[in-house]
Design a protein around this ligand. Structure first.
Ligand code: UDP
Length: 476
């Protein structure tokens, strides 16, 4: 029910189908529409893949009609109803499973009851959370050791105990539910999610071994989870049509976008996008516009439609004459950009990102270094992986969660400084070289003989063996 989860799950289903597995994607009408064309194309190519639709109970849960995706949530007050609606999907899903009789159910973390649903049918449930091993390890340590409870202030850094590297965070950078002292609906849901991860057959990770080896080992050995890492999943989008139509209808014609990039020197364009969920206030967007203009860099900047509707129209915050002055230098995409297509272009040399895991991995896969600007969720953890462990990014200096904040979090001067450091400083070449190496590793991992390719083979073989032994048991 969110692009950041739906997109990798679609990629994953396509990857399974390419391995000769019959893949059925279960989704709701509006979410299914986001991938129906891609799936239809795969079917025409002969893959055994399809979509099954179940209704999303928006009205029954007290949500506006058509509110089926977290990107349509405009205020935190709507979240309890959204989660209620998600919970109501259990019964129709169980009914569908009864009809389809799959060999295995891969379900997103937001469906903790899916483990029970799979158990009823005697099939394994694989858990997908859509984030990094790194973030999973950080959160596990925080829950286990609660280092944030032993500091005197919200801004005092503490070390996250027991990790392969020394990782420092502050209370301001943690999700609210981790700091909650009393139980509420959300903390209960997060507990159910943790429980269902533990009780599931195993975990599928959108990562690759060479990216965060110490953390995938920690997750398996220290945390005792069974996991398969089969990413980067975005790499299953080989051609332009795949990349351009991934996850949504693009607000810019892909050919126009590529023509614009074709006129730019290698590594000269900064791509700015804060994912599919987060809204920045007009005041913050203005600081970004001012910084971009002052930086003198070429840029493609994605401004979400939600950001516009929420803060009236662009005239209220965009500096007068900005688009005219930036003609040829900067391109604003109002709405949805073909992100992977853009990142993969050789003219793109930097990515200002909110550190959502998909974006992070897509940046890594494209070999593009990053300006990190985490906003919420587990993004402050992912930022540490980018800047402190992999050393392929420069932090813009965000200090606290700001998903629904109206205030300016980062000033023009700091944004400009981070851009200059990433795109044109003594460090640039070093960072770029490291990013390039990771890009090569990512590609090798998904090719035959690579680590992710092998993990997917092992998973499919294990599931086939399970199915065979089940059938044999039935015969006897
Ligand atoms: N995305 C895109 N175009 C946009 C915005 C987002 O293609 O204009 C895709 C992006 O490539 C990524 C996903 O949406 O695959 C966002 O997931 P991520 O985990 O980065 O962040 P979230 O949206 O969940 O915060």
């Amino acid at each position: 029910m969110a692009h950041g989860h739906l997109i990798p799950i679609i990629d994953m289903a396509r990857l399974f189908a390419r391995r000769g597995v019959k893949a059925t994607i279960v989704s709701t009408p509006l979410n299914a529409a986001l991938c129906s064309k891609t799936i239809e194309r795969d079917r025409q190519l002969g893959l055994d893949i399809s979509i099954q639709i179940i209704k999303f109970p928006s009205a029954e849960a007290g949500l506006p009609e058509g509110c089926e995706n977290i990107s349509a949530i405009t205020s935190p007050d709507m979240l309890p109803n959204f989660f209620k609606a998600i919970g109501m999907l259990q019964q129709p899903l169980e009914q569908l499973l009864e009809e389809c009789h799959p060999s295995c159910l891969v379900a997103d973390m937001m469906f903790p009851w899916a483990t029970e649903a799979a158990n009823k049918l005697g099939i394994p449930r694989l858990f997908f959370n859509g984030t990094s091993f790194f973030a999973m390890c950080v959160f596990d340590s925080l829950k286990r050791h609660e280092p944030h409870k032993r500091v005197d202030s919200d801004s005092e850094p503490f070390t996250v105990p027991g990790l392969p590297d020394q990782i420092k965070l502050t209370r301001l950078q943690l999700p609210t539910y981790l700091k909650e002292t009393t139980e509420n609906e959300f903390t209960k849901l997060m507990d159910q999610i943790s429980q269902s991860e533990l009780r599931s057959y195993g975990v599928i990770m959108n990562s690759f071994n060479e990216l965060e080896p110490a953390y995938s080992e920690h997750y398996r050995k220290e945390m005792g989870r069974k996991a398969w890492q089969i990413g980067p999943l975005s790499l299953c989008n080989g051609d332009m049509e795949d990349k351009a139509g991934r996850g949504n209808v693009s607000s810019i014609d892909e050919h126009e976008c590529l023509r614009w990039l074709a006129n730019k020197k290698d590594n000269s364009v900064l791509y700015i996008c804060f994912g599919s969920v987060f809204n920045l206030p007009g005041t913050q967007l203005l600081e970004i516009a001012l910084a971009l203009e002052a930086s003198g860099q070429n840029f493609i900047w994605v401004v979400r439609k939600g950001e516009l509707t929420k803060h009236a129209d662009k005239e209220e915050w965009l500096p007068e004459g900005f688009e005219k002055r930036m003609e040829g230098k900067g391109l604003i995409v109002w709405g949805w950009a073909p992100q992977v297509l853009i990142l993969d272009h050789k003219a793109v040399g930097g990515f200002m990102t909110h550190c959502g895991w998909n974006s992070t991995l897509e940046g890594v896969t494209a070999g593009v270094p990053m300006v990190t600007w985490p906003l919420g969720a587990e993004q402050f953890g992912n930022e540490k992986l980018i800047t402190d462990v992999l050393k392929i990014g420069i932090g813009v200096g965000t200090q606290e969660w700001s998903r629904y904040e109206k205030k300016i979090i980062v000033r023009k001067e700091d944004i400009e400084k981070a851009i200059a450091q990433l795109m044109a400083s003594d460090e640039t070449e070093e960072i770029r070289n490291r990013a390039r190496e990771l890009k090569e590793m990512a590609r090798r991992a998904t090719e035959e003989g690579g680590s992710s390719f092998a993990d997917l083979t092992a998973l499919v073989e294990e599931l086939r063996a399970l199915e065979t032994s089940k059938r044999e048991r039935k015969v006897h």
